[in-house]
Design a protein around this ligand. Structure first.
Ligand SMILES: *Cc1c(COP(=O)(O)O)cnc(C)c1O
Length: 408
């Protein structure tokens, strides 16, 4: 007997989630069932331009043919070995990722938060083994309004009370200074400092771009003070800002770069700590690990992602289309936009609060066929796939103008 399950509507599916799914998100009321490139489709067949791109996990769009092909090929051969054995895909992934970032060694993990956790552990180990910080005294200096993930240790150095409240006790050993403030950073660094950990552009905070010279200043300060510069490029890296890494805008090479999101091509979670050899070689067998980290499917997809970036095409697209985005947003200043920040194909747009909250603007845009996400207050974030065309981008900007001016 065949059982025919009637297709459920968006409203039914949203209602069905409510009693069985933890309420740690408040999604827009759209139920996506398929996608290709820059476009997603809901269960009723309505199409939307994706201007969030999975928080930059979908830099190459949905189901990029080269990435899907790499995944299919690997699915048919080998998917998991664990690191108890070698697999035939990992060496190439690590070689090419290290070369792409100008660094030496790779520690493969899965999610972004795991890369951050691993970076924290590596920095501490380096402080004890190489720098000579007394046991359990290492400190890591971070920036206010950071976003590095959701683990207990990571929320320990968050300044977002919603992310922290109710989750203590917290991991000690972190010092928080204002972002984009080299003097405050200098005052916080001392002989116990293992690392300075920052986002080269603060994404969740609203696409906060530091002043020119800040990243070079962090590099100079950390080198002079003898501590590591750890750049969390999980959202800013891999083409988003118009360069391979956001630190490339100041020709800076950190000691440690944390990657994730787009590294998995929107297919599987792939993250990595990429670092100078003198840093990553502090890890010895048994001291750190991950069952899934460096699995052959992840390595195959990650290698295909690196291959796309090796051409420079996506970095160029992000830079060129970033100009279109910036000019389009500039034209909306005073027409519902009170200010914006952008770098490459990535913008935080502050909407006049009289028009609506970021959430309300996002809902209105959704009804007009454009998907975005608010960050907080009246700020929305625009980060489309780097495969978007100029026409699609201009269409999204026209829709934004329509939504903002209809309610002015
Ligand atoms: C998303 C993000 C993370 C956490 O990544 P997950 O894969 O969600 O754990 C860490 N740092 C930055 C800058 C991010 O944007």
């Amino acid at each position: 007997m065949t059982s025919v399950v009637p297709a459920r509507t968006s409203a039914e599916l949203i209602g069905a989630e409510e009693p069985v799914l933890a309420h740690n998100y408040h999604p827009l009321p759209v139920v996506v069932s398929r996608a290709e490139g820059t476009w997603v489709e809901d269960v009723e067949g309505r199409r939307y331009l994706d201007m969030l791109a999975g928080y930059s996990a979908l830099n190459f769009g949905h189901r990029h043919p080269a990435l899907i092909e790499a995944a299919h090929r690997q699915l048919d051969r080998l998917t998991l070995t664990s690191r108890a054995f070698h697999n035939d895909r990992l060496a190439e992934f690590a070689e090419r990722l290290a070369a792409l970032t100008g660094l030496d060694m790779v520690l493969p993990m899965n999610t972004g938060a795991e890369a951050v956790e691993s970076g924290v552990k590596v920095a501490r180990k380096w402080a004890y083994d190489v720098k000579g910080v007394p046991a359990d005294r290492a400190t890591i200096v971070v920036a206010a309004d950071n976003f590095h993930g959701r683990t207990t240790t990571i929320v320990s150095f968050s300044t977002d009370e919603v992310a922290r409240a109710g989750f203590g006790p917290f991991t000690p050993g972190f010092r928080v200074v204002p972002y984009n403030d080299l003097a405050a950073l200098e005052a916080a660094v001392d002989e116990t400092t293992a690392a300075v950990l920052i986002e080269p552009v603060q994404g969740e905070a609203g696409v906060i771009v530091p002043d020119d010279g800040y990243l070079a200043g962090v590099r100079e300060l950390t080198r002079r003070e003898g501590c590591l510069f750890v750049a969390d490029e999980i959202q800013s890296g891999l083409g988003r800002t118009g360069r391979t890494l956001a630190v490339d805008h100041e020709s800076v090479v950190p000691d440690v770069v944390l990657l994730g999101k787009a590294l998995g091509g929107g297919i599987v979670p792939v993250s990595a700590v990429v670092a100078r050899r003198e840093v990553l070689q502090v890890l010895h067998p048994g001291e750190h690990g991950s069952t899934f980290g460096g699995n052959p499917l992840a390595a195959a997809v990650g290698t295909a992602v690196v291959e796309l970036l090796e051409t420079g095409e996506f970095q160029r697209r992000a830079a060129d289309l970033g100009e279109v985005l910036r000019e389009g947003l500039q034209a909306l200043v005073g027409k519902g936009v009170v200010g914006f920040r952008s770098r490459g194909l990535w913008a935080g747009v502050d909407v006049d609060p009289a028009i609506g909250t970021g959430r309300e603007i996002s809902e209105r845009l959704m009804r007009e066929g454009v998907l975005v996400k608010d960050t907080h207050g009246s700020t929305i974030r625009l980060a489309p796939p780097l495969t978007i065309t100029a026409e699609e981008l201009q269409g999204a900007l026209r829709t934004l103008e329509k939504v903002l001016t209809a309610h002015a």
